[in-house]
Design a protein around this ligand. Structure first.
Ligand code: SF4
Length: 244
């Protein structure tokens, strides 16, 4: 999943009989670094983060089928470099590896946005050389994982983190969304230290959750009133932070 850090999806397109995709964003230069890409928003998620900006994708059904996406991509060969699989949570879709293989055969690079709850799926995708980049959400330290995500599955997330940190072929970006009712500076630093201890050398991206009555979210969280202390975090983090 995707999460609140990704571009919001555009309009839904026409229906198909088998429809894993809630929406297709035809063009982005922001979500796949160095690549022009489209975004596939897969319906459904195995978390329920209170700050989630995409409840319609998490709780809704897909309306775009595989054939429609393949037709779209057939017309974009040479125009787009890559495809971002986002959601919702892309790894909850049983057809993911098979469909990614079809996309690769068309010549597109693939980026996966994931919340890390399916280490088995991520391993399979890595083993099959289907991934060119991964963005992994580090939702919270173990003690707060359930509070942030509503699921008790930190060990599964940890397996994915370990898997991704143990390989160097596929670039990985770890990112966290912070609502200061849920996470504080100490929690962000705890995650940064965990990443450093694993030898993670990428950037740790921190984004503050945008919530409140003008920005409805899955958990109807109150407005994120207190800004995280970026100066303190930058001074004390053992790895490079990027504030978005
Ligand atoms: S519920 Fe959480 S993991 Fe799922 S799409 Fe929303 S922010 Fe991402």
């Amino acid at each position: 999943m995707s999460d609140a850090m990704s571009t919001r999806p555009g309009r839904r397109e026409t229906k198909a009989s088998v429809a894993p995709f809630y929406a297709l964003t035809p063009f982005t230069m922001l979500d796949f670094p160095g690549q022009t890409a489209c975004i596939l928003w897969i319906a459904g998620c195995n978390m329920r983060c209170g700050y989630c900006h995409n409840p319609q994708i998490v709780l809704g059904k897909g309306t775009i089928g595989e054939d429609q996406v393949l037709e779209f991509l057939g017309k974009r060969r040479g125009l787009l470099d890559g495809v971002v699989f986002s959601g919702g949570e892309a790894t909850t879709w049983p057809g993911l590896a098979r469909f990614m293989a079809q996309i690769k055969q068309l010549g597109f690079a693939i980026k996966l946005d994931t919340n890390g709850l399916r280490p088995d799926v991520v391993k399979r995708l890595l083993d099959q050389d289907l991934l060119d980049r991964v963005a992994l959400d580090y939702k919270a330290p173990r003690a707060l994982f359930r509070k942030v995500t509503t699921v008790t599955a930190f060990n599964r997330f940890k397996q994915t983190l370990t898997l991704l940190c143990a390989q160097s072929e596929v670039p990985v970006e770890v990112r966290t969304t912070v609502h200061t009712d849920l996470l504080g500076e100490q929690d962000v630093l705890a995650m940064a230290h965990d990443l450093a201890s694993r030898g993670y050398e990428g950037t740790f991206a921190i984004q503050q959750a945008i919530t409140g009555k003008d920005c409805p979210t899955l958990g109807n969280l109150p407005e994120n009133r207190r800004a995280i202390d970026q100066t303190r975090l930058a001074a004390q983090s053992p790895i490079t932070l990027e504030f978005r």
